[in-house]
Design a protein around this ligand. Sequence first.
Ligand code: PEP
Length: 247
Amino acid sequence: MAKLLVANWKLNPIRETEAVRLARASDAKGVVICPPFPFLKAVGKILRRAKLGAQDMFWTEQGAYTGEVSPQMLKKAGVEYVIVGHSERRRWLHETDEMIGKKVVAALKAGLSVVLCVGEPISVRRKGLAAAKRFAGTQLRKDLGGVSHLTSHISHLVITYEPLWAIGTGRADNPRDSAAMAHFIKKMCASRFALRDLQVLYGGSVTSKNIRRIFEYNEIAGALVGGASLNAAEFRKIIAAASAYAV
Ligand code: PEP
């Protein structure tokens, strides 16, 4: 099965010219590129094969919400995917599951594909995989509480399992454990939300060196890539690894 790669550039790069150069190098089928908001237009303009994604959005169309961006604005800018609930937003912006749940519903209603991120801190993982499953399960129940009536949009939902301690640390999860988490997420979403054929990605210190071992597992439908997506040569290698699964 084809593997999906979502490139999360976070607050990088500094200049638009760099963003455009990086996007050109990353422009491949099965890739979603998520630049900072001010670079969306310039990056979207040059993409031929990759899709354009955003790193966040707000849940209403307009109003007194200083600094926010609506799903409709993103759609008009050519965005097809949006990351929701990234752990950095949960941590630095204090996004709650309630806020994330509203974003998921608003994005799906607007016709965007949602990449929802869940995952446990190290204190939880130290207690074992069962504890990690309970933690991610609770996040999913809250974050997806409003999706049950969105049956026609639900196929546009993608979940990323991102153990917090693996993000940006160079310490990726053991792929066997990530696959077990992905399996749990798929099973839970199938029984609770009737979500069939859900794509579950892995995120956390993915590199060209570990991507093949991660992709060996069928339960893992792709990867959310942060740091390694900012290095064109490195990301090309990750794309090459993913292309072995192209259909
Ligand atoms: C991320 O941005 O979600 C991420 C997984 O980052 P990194 O690949 O750098 O760990």
